[in-house]
Write a protein that binds this ligand. Structure first.
Ligand SMILES: NC(=O)c1ccc[n+]([C@@H]2O[C@H](COP(=O)([O-])OP(=O)(O)OC[C@H]3O[C@@H](n4cnc5c(N)ncnc54)[C@H](O)[C@@H]3O)[C@@H](O)[C@H]2O)c1
Length: 327
């Protein structure tokens, strides 16, 4: 198949492109390299079935041309990161809404399936766990910038379903904290890159809040597996959680990273207020219900935390040894 991956030079995107090529597909990657890196595509940049385009999904003419050439679109390009929400809310809102609208608007007349990368953030502060795709969203005040990413992605999901109602095949994936090689400290699931880098440099591992909050970290191979399987028509018209279902407290995660990296770094707790400014809100726990992913995609997360963290630490160690910022 001919496939377009927007944001294909990013963390998840670059792993997905590699996987699609391995499966024999022809892939177009479009990325503005705002957070993605061309070096993430080093292994496949001159692959005969891979075409890299340095451009933006805000360029409708370019996007139209690309969409006309392909059979399927993975739309991963986005402006993300909690820090971005707090510091540049406008960038986050515009970056997430305008690009998605372009992709859907241009895919619609061609009836090209769109697989949209959404986020577990859309569940907000809902305390009913685990999160099922049809659960309520519980978001804080609009005065708290932290919620602008969840709100923008939720509007994107609405757009997806509005187009689905008009006949466009669409699948929405809600990712839960992906991690692994190429996840950068600025990316959404930035806590693992931050801990690993600090542990390897002998600096403090900074745990924000009490550290009792739990997350279900998902190794990139599992995230990509679910994403890859979502091209199946059985997923058309659905929102599907893609994650792992093994919660771990952030403090415990810091200890694990420290131990696996063989580091003497201290673990310190920092109040949210100092990390993100006043009025920051966070959810204590976040865990996906994977029933739908199992049913529709036969998806099952396979990589345990120890294995995934070991691989991640290995990648970061190499990065620091090379002293390169472009890996
Ligand atoms: N990493 C996670 O745990 C996680 C969790 C939930 C959702 N997501 C979603 O998954 C997708 C991929 O996230 P990621 O972690 O790989 O982040 P990332 O920042 O590594 O990837 C995003 C990519 O999009 C590119 N990009 C941004 N704006 C663009 C534009 N206008 N045109 C073209 N390219 C543009 C960036 O350069 C980058 O390569 C995003 O949509 C994100 O919201 C990720």
């Amino acid at each position: 198949m001919k496939i377009l991956v927007t944001g294909g030079a990013g963390f998840i995107g670059s792993h997905l492109v590699e996987r699609l090529l391995r499966e024999g597909h022809q892939v177009w990657t479009v990325d503005d390299l705002s957070t993605g890196k061309k070096a993430f595509l080093n292994a496949i940049i001159s692959h005969p079935r891979h075409h890299f385009v340095h451009g933006t999904v805000l360029d409708r003419a370019l996007l139209k041309e690309l969409i006309q050439q392909v059979d399927l679109i993975y739309h991963l390009a986005a402006v993300l990161g909690v820090k971005n929400c707090v510091e540049h809310p406008l960038k986050v809102i515009e970056g997430n809404i305008d690009g998605t609208r372009n992709v859907l608007e241009l895919a619609y007349p061609e009836r090209k399936k769109v697989i949209f990368a959404s986020t577990s953030e859309v569940y907000g502060k809902n305390s009913r766990l685990p999160y099922r795709e049809d659960d309520e969203r519980v978001l804080g005040s609009t005065a708290i910038h932290r919620w602008c990413y969840a709100t923008a992605k939720a509007l994107d999901e609405h757009l997806c379903f509005a187009y689905a109602k008009q006949g466009l095949p669409v699948t929405v994936l809600r990712y839960f904290n992906a991690y692994g090689p190429r996840a950068t400290a600025t990316a959404y699931g930035g806590v693992i890159p931050r801990f690993v880098t600090a542990a390897l440099k002998g600096e403090s591992l900074e745990v924000y809040g009490t550290g009792e909050q739990t997350r279900c970290f998902t190794y990139i191979a599992d995230t990509v597996e679910g994403t890859f399987r979502a091209m199946s028509p059985t997923a058309d018209g659905f929102v599907i959680n893609i994650g792992s279902n093994r919660p771990i407290a952030i403090k415990r995660m810091a200890e694990m990273v420290k131990q696996l990296a063989g580091s003497d770094s201290p673990i310190v707790t920092i109040p949210y207020e100092r990390a993100y400014g006043r009025g920051y809100e966070d959810m204590m726990h976040r865990q996906p219900d994977l029933t739908r992913a199992r049913l529709l995609l036969k998806y099952e997360p396979k990589v345990d935390l120890e294995t995934g963290l070991t691989e991640t630490i290995r990648w970061y160690r190499q990065l620091l040894t090379d002293g390169r910022s472009d890996r």
